[in-house]
Write a protein that binds this ligand. Structure first.
Ligand code: SF4
Length: 398
């Protein structure tokens, strides 16, 4: 194992099939990710990520994609990956061809992980970074569950004003064994902590993605406290959080995996939220716990909670709206369908008409306590990440 804690770049035995595909898109507009305040564009290096997380909803989102049929696989199955080794070529073309005034922030990735084992084999994370950052006007928000990203920190350090490093923290390190059941090919939670801290030490901007915090595993106060401590120590500028997506086979796959591995206490907690009322109650609890912990750390303004109102009960939606800290301007409960590590797909459902009219650009992110910014012009690139207020307006970055 490399000294930075990353797993070796070999395909794990449990990943029995690795297919290649040639995708059409390189850098794609990502309006739903923009709504979440994450990025304007996305790059994905395949259609099935080899980290093989049981709760992954990419299969649900991309189920009609022809690559599954071509590979002879079912979108909801586990144990395989579909990767596009030629993606950096298309990314390089798009990075050069998209007009300078249209360039902005790219999320790497939204439906796969550019440092998953099959992507590492082709060095896709680094090659995509080189392709994007090789052109002016672009910035990149990385999100990964793999410590292998560390090997590309030299490149990121050369562009530190244009990159953000996000690490998914899905449970505290003491729950690592549980998480290895549901995230079998990702780096362990312990392994993810080192790159997070190292990025901060190198002066890279960091953020934490606390998604998903499964019920009965990581949604309690103590677990969230541990995760926030890790994030704070790594200089996280934002804490994104999102409930697990109950759509598709994500919860069924997760409960099956936990049950098979003998996690008798955790299994019913996850199984229970397949019911709408229980899922809604889980979200309310999660919001409250995140708010409490971040408030304790005087960091409530860093919370970015991505909320999907369609699955909430009316009472719980109302409760969450009312639980906003007083200085938060709005709380829009939206409907969307999540992709893998958090991208939403469907257009946001409207909140009430008054809120919608008042803040037309509101992202699906609303449960925090930041003040609205003084400026409201659309900023470019990475500035929009650090200056975005939960009121949904964007402040220009002078
Ligand atoms: S949840 Fe993210 S890291 Fe896990 S398999 Fe899906 S895309 Fe990969």
């Amino acid at each position: 194992m490399p000294s930075d804690g990353a797993r070796e770049e070999s395909i794990p035995a449990s990943l029995t099939r690795v297919h290649t595909a040639v995708l059409k898109s390189g850098i794609q507009p990502s309006p739903e990710f923009a709504k979440k305040g994450l990025a304007s564009y996305s790059v994905n290096v395949g259609t099935k990520c080899g980290h093989d997380c049981t709760y992954c909803s990419t299969g649900t989102m991309l189920r009609m994609h022809p690559s599954f049929k071509e590979a002879g696989e079912k979108p909801f199955d586990l144990g395989y990956a579909i990767v596009d080794p030629s993606m950096p070529d298309r990314v390089a073309i798009d990075a050069a061809n998209i007009r300078p005034e249209k360039r902005g922030l790219v999320q790497l990735c939204t439906t796969t992980d550019a440092w998953a084992p099959e992507a590492q084999k082709h060095d896709l994370g680094r090659k995509c970074l080189e392709a994007i950052l090789g052109q002016p006007g672009w910035s990149v928000r990385i999100l990964t569950k793999n410590a292998a990203v560390t090997k590309d920190f030299d490149l990121l350090a050369q562009h530190r004003d244009r990159v953000l490093v996000g690490i998914s923290l899905t449970a505290p390190p003491r729950k690592a064994r549980t998480m290895m059941v549901v995230e079998p090919n990702a780096s362990t939670i312990q392994e993810r902590v080192a790159p997070f801290k190292k990025a901060h030490k190198l002066g890279l901007r960091t953020y934490a993605m606390l998604c998903p915090l499964l019920p009965g595993v990581a949604d309690d106060l103590e677990s969230i406290e541990e995760l926030v401590e890790i994030g704070m120590a790594a200089g996280a500028g934002e804490f994104f959080a999102e409930p697990v997506n109950a759509r598709g086979r994500a919860l069924t796959n997760t409960t099956h995996a936990l049950r098979r591995a003998g996690y008798d206490a955790e299994t019913p907690a996850v199984d229970k939220i397949r019911n709408k009322v229980a899922w809604s109650a889980y979200v309310v609890r999660l919001v409250a716990n995140l708010q409490e912990v971040l408030r304790r750390h005087h960091a409530l303004d860093k919370l970015r909670f991505l909320l999907y109102g369609k699955s909430l009960t009316a009472n719980d939606a109302d409760h969450i709206r009312r639980s906003r800290p007083p200085r938060t301007q709005v709380a829009k409960i939206s409907t969307s369908t999540e992709r893998g590590c958090g991208e939403s797909r469907a257009p946001a459902e409207t909140g009430d008409r008054d809120e919608r009219d008042r803040v037309p650009e509101l992202p699906a992110c609303a449960v925090s306590g930041c003040s609205p910014p003084s400026g409201t012009t659309r900023c470019q690139g990475i500035a929009e990440l650090t200056s975005r207020s939960l009121c949904g307006k964007r402040v220009s970055y002078a």
